[in-house]
Ligand binder design. Structure first.
Ligand SMILES: C[S@@+](CC[C@H](N)C(=O)[O-])C[C@H]1O[C@@H](n2cnc3c(N)ncnc32)[C@H](O)[C@@H]1O
Length: 247
């Protein structure tokens, strides 16, 4: 994963008084001095896993599991639990006693009906189906599809709460389940998934497949009576406010 920090820093408003600091590093480990933070905020980032679960589990191009309670699901949930635990432990060292931390995570309900409803995992499964289509047409190698796993996990609010409860460093001050903002059109939605996945897909399959893949994706998205109707979107966003317990 790479970020364009030059553009980010250039885009910061100039007429405010603040100091901005960029720290290279993985937020699953310590980044800042001990007890140095009054407030921490992390939005739409903790669904990224440090690694996708091992490929042997994932035969049949099911690169992402959602709404399924199987081995792949267990492996993803286990990785998510480990990664979120490391993040919480690292921030627990950096936050002062009584310091607050707000987390905003894309989440999914524990069940949705795929015949009439969808979540962002459905969108990613549709993308997986496009890779399978391309493998059937011989454009990409089937074995490569089998070994492709996206390092994301979208927890249910209940899973999230259990992991936070098991970490004894915080009290939960607020836990709110919100609706995901609707995306205005299928074109915007396809562009969104392209932005968040194209680097990973390009690294695995070669960047020359990206345009065709997302053409197929956009067509399939537009043709799906369930996915095209944003009132069927059951994706959630969970807002959590935590307080660092006295240490
Ligand atoms: C979807 S963006 C969210 C950006 C911003 N927080 C927002 O809400 O608009 C996800 C961000 O998570 C960052 N990220 C993912 N895993 C990370 C990790 N292990 N350590 C630090 N940053 C990570 C990525 O670099 C990316 O900038």
């Amino acid at each position: 994963m790479t970020n364009d920090f030059n553009t980010l820093f250039r885009s910061l408003p100039k007429n405010n008084y603040y100091h901005a600091l960029g720290l290279p590093g993985d937020f699953h480990g310590r980044l800042l001095p001990k007890s140095s933070l009054h407030f921490a905020y992390c939005s739409w980032s903790l669904h990224w896993l440090t690694e996708a679960p091992t490929t042997a589990l994932n035969k049949g191009a099911a690169m992402y599991s959602g709404n399924r309670k199987d081995q792949v699901y267990d492996a993803y949930l286990c990785q998510f639990g480990k990664d979120l635990g490391s993040f919480l432990d690292a921030r627990a060292q950096e936050l002062m006693s009584g310091g607050l931390m707000t987390l905003l995570l894309p989440t999914v309900p524990s069940f949705w009906d795929p015949q009439t409803e969808y979540t962002l995992t459905s969108d990613l499964n549709l993308l997986a189906s496009c890779l399978v289509d391309m493998a059937i047409k011989g454009i990409i190698d089937e074995a490569k599809v089998d070994t492709f796993n996206l390092p994301y996990y979208f927890a249910t609010p209940e899973e999230l709460k259990t992991i936070i409860d098991n970490n004894n460093n915080y009290s939960i001050e607020r836990f709110e389940i919100l609706k995901n903002p609707r995306m205005p059109s299928v074109n915007v939605r396809a562009a969104f998934y392209r932005v968040v996945t194209e680097k990973l897909i390009g690294d695995h399959f070669g960047s020359e497949i990206i345009d065709e893949l997302f053409d197929i994706y956009l067509k399939k998205l537009a043709a799906s009576s369930v996915l095209v109707n944003t009132s069927n979107d059951k994706t959630l966003v969970t807002l959590v406010v935590l307080k660092r317990k006295a240490n």
